[in-house]
Design a protein around this ligand. Structure first.
Ligand code: GDP
Length: 362
């Protein structure tokens, strides 16, 4: 599955966010193939298109697609030097595909800040420094290894070593590799190293209820994110935790009163999805209408493989109807009558919202 690790200094609101995310989550029993650990939450992707499809198909079940959030508590200054459980946390981050970095942007005298004052820039620098130093360690070990291979004249080793030597000073200054300006080719060459600071990152600016506007803390986070091409999602985690406790009716009323169109969590989840370059396609049968996640650019057989590897191996054709056509034409028959039903082959690149039925050999 696709996942996103939640990091940040202590007391910035990580657990509050994680708990809100998991409370809004779906029953684990619906997803028996996922092992649930206490720090892993499976969160449904909010997608109003599912309801529109369900209204037409009237299936027995409607299943959203999901995204995993991993609570990585305990990242503190010194983690990269293996202080405390530091190394374990870094290893946990290495296993995630994207990073949600929670930054405290609220004042609250009752909540102690680890550095005694709210200072988003300093906080972000501490975490980024630890991640950069962990990457620096990876770089230095790799260079040592490559020196020998490069001496033997191995062209690839020489090229890789050259890139590593270029990025080394940047990391030593505590700067993330995201802001180094690596081109696609270089990124590909570095992929196997699993650099932490190259993971797509969003800053979750944890603000107070009234802190969405005219909040200097938030402005600082926006500035930093702009410098390194990261995304900012302002959320009031405390409010989200309260919203997550409500049942559907209460929630709708509460959001209405607050003048919110949707819970802020939905923006977090969607931002995570966007960071990873993901999109959704649908299957729409009478048994089940379901959303599935694929990378942007996935071909029809790859999309089939998300449902089952046998679907990919035995792929013959994909019957495809664009979401808009499916809905405006009232379903499959309507789309067929209007000539909007297509039979696509294995080269077909799936588009966001495609409603697909796969034909395959078993
Ligand atoms: P963690 O250590 O990063 O996991 O932080 P917690 O989620 O445990 O939050 C630390 C404290 O800050 C708790 O007492 C929360 O209730 C409080 N807190 C979290 N988010 C907010 C917020 O948006 N506004 C205010 N005022 N307090 C918050």
């Amino acid at each position: 599955g696709f996942n996103c690790g939640i990091v940040g200094l202590p007391n910035v609101g990580k657990s509050t966010l994680f708990n809100a995310l998991t409370k809004s989550g779906i029953d684990a029993e619906n997803f028996p193939f996922c092992t649930i650990e206490p720090n892993v939450g499976i969160v449904p992707m909010p997608d109003p298109r599912l309801d529109a499809l369900a209204a037409i198909v009237k299936p027995q079940k409607v299943l959203p697609t999901t995204m995993e959030f991993v609570d990585i508590a305990g990242l503190v200054a010194g983690a990269s030097k293996g202080e405390g459980l530091g190394n374990k946390f870094l290893a946990n981050i290495r296993e995630t595909q994207a990073i949600a970095h929670v930054v405290r942007c609220f004042d609250n005298d009752n909540v102690i800040h680890v550095a005694n004052q709210v200072d988003p820039r300093a906080d972000i620098e501490i975490i980024n420094m630890e991640l950069a130093l962990a990457d620096l360690d990876t770089v230095e070990r790799a260079i040592q290894r490559l020196v020998r291979v490069a001496k033997g004249g191995d062209k690839e080793a020489i090229a890789t070593k050259a890139i590593l030597e270029r990025i080394q000073p940047h990391l030593a200054e505590g700067q993330p590799l995201r802001s180094f300006g690596l081109d696609d080719d270089e990124q590909r060459q570095l992929k196997s190293f699993g650099f932490l600071t190259l993971k797509p990152t969003m800053y979750i600016a944890n603000v107070n209820e009234d802190g969405f506007e005219a909040n200097p803390y938030l402005d600082v986070v926006r500035e930093i994110a702009a410098e390194e091409d990261a995304v900012v999602v302002p959320v009031c985690n405390q409010l989200e935790a309260e919203i997550a406790e409500l049942d559907d009716d209460e929630r709708a009323m509460f959001l209405d009163e607050m003048g919110m169109e949707e819970p802020g969590l939905d923006r977090v989840i969607r931002a995570g999805y966007g960071l990873l370059g993901l999109q959704t396609y649908f299957t729409a049968g009478v048994k089940e209408v379901r959303a599935w996640t694929v990378k942007v650019g996935a071909t029809a057989p790859e999309a089939a493989g998300v449902i089952h590897t046998d679907f990919q191996k035995g792929f013959i054709r994909a019957e495809v109807i664009a979401y808009d056509d499916f809905v405006t034409l009232g379903g499959e028959q309507g789309a067929k009558d209007a000539g909007k039903w297509r039979l696509e082959g294995k080269e077909y690149v799936v588009k966001d919202g495609d409603v697909i039925h796969f034909r395959f050999n078993v």
